[in-house]
Design a protein around this ligand. Structure first.
Ligand SMILES: [Zn+2]
Length: 54
C-alpha cells in the first residue's frame, strides 16, 4: 500500500479497465484516459461545428 498512489487517474498503464461502473473494458496502454472509447467523456458523440439550437 502506497499512500502516495492516491491518484484519480494514473498514466497509461497496462491492465487498467474502464472506470465506468459495470464496464470492464480493458484500456490500451496508449489510452491516456480512464475510460474506454465508449465512455470517454471527452469524446462524446456530438455534431461537430454545429450547435443544437432548440
Ligand atoms: Zn467503458
Amino acid at each position: 500500500m502506497t499512500p502516495s498512489e492516491e491518484r484519480p487517474c494514473v498514466r497509461a498503464q497496462a491492465g487498467r479497465v474502464c472506470r465506468e461502473e459495470g464496464c470492464h473494458t480493458r484500456l490500451s496502454i496508449y489510452n491516456d484516459g480512464c475510460y474506454c472509447s465508449v465512455h470517454e467523456p471527452m469524446s462524446v458523440p456530438r455534431t461537430r461545428g454545429r450547435k443544437l439550437a432548440t
